[in-house]
Design a protein around this ligand. Structure first.
Ligand code: EPZ
Length: 427
C-alpha cells in the first residue's frame, strides 16, 4: 500500500489550483440515469471515488467516455449516456466500497420505476443509516422493501407521484436522492428542512439545465414540479470547498501564504470566518482566496453544523492546525458520532487533545514531531498530512488510499508550494 512521506518544517508559499468538488461530482454523476441523452460533466476531479462511481454506472449499462489526460492537471471531462439501462441493481461489492453508491437509488427509481441497491454498511466516522433516504422516497410515492441486505424501491404505477416530505434531520444524501427522484415524478413535490450545501445547489443547477422544474434553490424548502422527460446537457462541477479549506489550514499550520485558485469565498464563509478568528489573513482575490499566516494561529471555538455552518468535513483539518495555536481551542462535532479518529494519531505526533463525547479540547501550542501514522478515513488522513507539514522531522502517513478518495494530486499540489513530500509505493 502506498504511503505519503513528509519532511516537515517548510513554510508553504505559492499557488494551488483547486479541483472539482468530490461531493458534487458524486451526486452529478448519477443524474446521467435520468435521461437517455448524453450528459457531459466538466471539471471532474481525478479521484478514486469518481472512478468507482463510473464503474458502478457502467455496471448499470451507462456508457462513459473520458476526455482529458488521465494524469496531469488539465481538467477532465466525462460524457455519460444511459440510453439502454441494462440493470437496476447496484451490487454489494461496489456499494460497500463507496457509500455514495446509494445515490443511484433515486434517479434509477425515477427513470425505471424500480431500483435495488445493496444497503451501504457503516464506516469509520459513524453508523450512517439511510432511513431518511427511504422515508423521503416513500413520501414521494415509492414502495420500499428491505431484504437480504438490499433495499428495493418500486413505483407502484411505474412512475412515482411526487409528494411532500419534511426532513427531521438535515441530510445531504437524502436530499440529493429525493431531488433526483422528484424531477421525473408525475406531480409536484416539496422538501422541507432540505440540506442547503453548495453541492445541493450544484445538483439543482444541473437538473434545471436538464429541463427539471425546481424552485427554492439554495433554500431549505425545495419545490419540484415533475416533468415527462429530461434532456442531456454539459455542466462543470463546482470547485471543492473542502479542498480549499484543507489547503488553507496548510498555510495556517506552516506559517505560509497560499493562493487558492478557483475557490468561491461565498460558498465557505463559515470556514473563512473561523480562519480569520484564528488570525489568518484571508483575501478574496477575484480568482480565488489568498490565505496568509504570518504568525502562529490563535485558538478558536467551533461547532460543526449543516450548511451554512462550519462543515463537519473541515473539523479534522482545523483541529490539526489548532494543535500549534497559542492557547486552548474547543471543537464540537455535532454531525457524526465518531469523527475524532484522527485524535490518537495526532497525539502520537505530540498534540495535546482531550475528547469528551462530541467535544474536543485542543491545548496549544505544541511542537509536533514526525511519526509513522495510520489514517482511518479521508479527512482524518488529511489532518495527519497537515500535522506532518508542521512537524519536526519525518512523517509517513500510511493507507494513502483514503487520501486518494478525496484529494487530487495531493503531493504534486503541496510540492509546488514548497513542501518536501512524496508518495512512496508500499509493499
Ligand atoms: C455527505 O454525506 C458527504 N458525502 C459527507 O462528506 C459529509 O460529511 C456529509 O454529507 C455532511 O455534510 C458526500 O456528499 C458523498 P448526511 P451524507 O446524510 O450525505 C444522519 C467527506 O468526507 N443520517 O448529511 O452521508 C447521518 O448519520 C464525506 O467528503 C441519518 O440519520 O451525510 C449524519 O449523522 C464524509 N439518516 C447526519 O444525518 C439518513 O438517512 C448527516 O448525514 C442519512 C443521514
Amino acid at each position: 500500500m502506498d504511503s505519503i512521506w513528509i519532511q516537515g518544517g517548510k513554510r508553504l508559499d505559492g499557488d494551488i489550483q483547486i479541483s472539482g468538488a468530490k461531493n458534487s461530482a458524486l451526486t452529478l454523476l448519477p443524474c446521467a440515469l435520468l435521461t437517455e441523452e448524453p450528459l457531459t460533466l466538466g471539471n471532474l476531479p481525478r479521484l478514486a471515488d469518481v472512478d468507482s462511481f463510473g464503474h458502478l454506472l457502467n455496471e448499470l449499462g451507462v456508457s462513459t467516455k473520458v476526455a482529458g489526460a488521465r494524469r496531469g492537471n488539465a481538467s477532465r471531462k466525462m460524457t455519460l449516456t444511459a440510453d439502454d439501462i441494462a440493470s437496476t441493481v447496484a451490487p454489494y461489492d461496489m456499494v460497500r466500497k463507496m457509500r455514495a453508491s446509494i445515490l443511484v437509488l433515486g434517479p434509477m427509481l425515477a427513470r425505471m420505476g424500480e431500483a435495488t441497491v445493496s444497503l451501504p454498511g457503516g464506516c469509520a466516522i459513524g453508523d450512517r443509516p439511510i432511513d431518511l433516504h427511504l422515508r423521503a422516497l416513500e413520501a414521494l410515492g415509492a414502495e420500499i422493501e428491505i431484504a437480504a441486505g438490499f433495499v428495493k424501491a418500486t413505483a407502484p404505477k411505474g412512475r412515482i407521484s411526487g409528494g411532500d416530505y419534511s426532513f427531521p434531520v438535515v441530510s445531504v444524501g437524502a436530499t440529493e436522492n429525493a431531488l433526483m427522484a422528484a424531477v421525473l415524478a408525475t406531480g409536484r413535490s416539496q422538501l422541507f428542512n432540505a440540506a442547503r450545501e453548495p453541492e445541493i445547489v450544484d445538483l439543482c443547477n444541473l437538473l434545471v439545465g436538464m429541463g427539471a422544474g425546481i424552485d427554492g434553490i439554495g433554500s431549505s424548502h425545495l419545490i419540484i414540479d415533475g416533468v415527462e422527460a429530461l434532456h442531456g446537457c454539459s455542466y462543470d462541477v463546482m470547485p471543492d470547498r473542502i479542498e480549499v479549506g484543507s489547503y488553507a489550514c496548510a498555510a495556517g499550520i506552516t506559517g505560509g501564504s497560499i493562493n487558492l485558485i478557483g475557490a468561491r469565498p461565498e460558498e465557505m464563509l463559515a470556514t473563512t470566518n473561523a480562519l480569520v478568528q484564528a488570525g489568518l489573513a484571508i483575501e478574496f482575490t477575484g480568482a480565488g482566496i489568498r490565505v496568509t499566516a504570518d504568525r502562529p494561529p490563535k485558538p478558536v471555538s467551533v461547532s460543526t453544523q449543516p450548511y451554512p455552518g462550519f462543515a463537519t468535513d473541515m473539523q479534522a483539518q482545523l483541529m490539526a492546525m489548532l494543535c500549534v495555536a497559542e492557547g486552548q481551542s474547543f471543537l464540537e462535532e455535532t454531525i457524526f458520532e465518531n469523527r475524532y479518529m484522527h485524535v490518537p494519531e495526532l497525539r502520537r505526533m505530540g498534540a495535546e487533545i482531550e475528547v469528551h463525547g462530541r467535544s474536543a479540547i485542543v491545548q496549544g501550542p505544541r511542537q509536533l514531531t514526525g511519526a509513522q501514522v495510520m489514517a482511518t478515513d479521508l479527512r482524518a488522513s488529511m489532518s495527519l498530512v497537515l500535522a506532518g507539514l508542521a512537524a519536526e522531522g519525518e512523517t509517513e502517513v500510511l493507507r494513502v488510499y483514503h487520501l486518494d478518495r478525496g484529494y487530487e494530486r495531493l503531493e504534486d499540489k503541496l510540492s509546488a508550494v514548497g513542501a518536501t513530500i512524496e508518495r512512496r509505493s508500499g509493499s
